[in-house]
Design a protein around this ligand. Sequence first.
Ligand code: PGA
Length: 240
Amino acid sequence: MEVRIFNTADEIAVACADIFSELIIKKPECVLGLATGASPVKTYNELIKRYNNGKLSFKEVKTFNLDEYCDLPRDDKNSYYTFMHENLFNSVDIKEENVHILDGNAADADAEAKAFDAAIDKAGGIDIQLLGIGTNGHIGFNEPCDTFSDGTFKVKLTDSTIKSNSIYFENDSMPRYALTMGINSIMKAKKIVLIATGDAKADAIKATIDGEVTPNCPASILQKHPDAILLIDKAAAKLL
Ligand code: PGA
């Protein structure tokens, strides 16, 4: 696991966009695993800037998103479908047919999850997976638990995640379930880049890097990935 420490989130965004740009230029039909939340927003802005400057095209790029809430309309302002379109897809030349976001309202969640993993395999696997990290060490919505998950699945969100993400929802309306890529789906990515900024992530980052590999801190599994890079700021790195 490679750890790079930066002074600001803007510097992280440039470093992360550099990693993605290099791949997209080298392999225009690459497969990206994308993330939502606050952590990747500046990276997406940086990628849009490079697209607008003519340095990057997403015309052949395929994307798979880590997770999506259940029981939330796809066009809800808080769905990850909406997030991705507002923060990246609407501003670049990606083809909608190349965008893959789990359907959190699928009648058969298991079938939806299996089809998603199969689509990733069919696309040739994920070249780079982008991750944030929860204050509880979750990646995607793989919450701390007793065993590492396998493929994509439906998960009950923990109180800690509900507390962190409720700020975006009115009147306690945050969904309690989500579909998420499993730990094995994430670990199959050829390269993984995790972004973390701020004091609130310091405990999770310490456990991820220096702790034992345990499903109680799902991100700790990244210690076993052959090409995982953590881009973190000084606040998130303060306990290292
Ligand atoms: P954040 O969320 O980027 O909004 O901090 C990360 C996560 O919960 O995985």
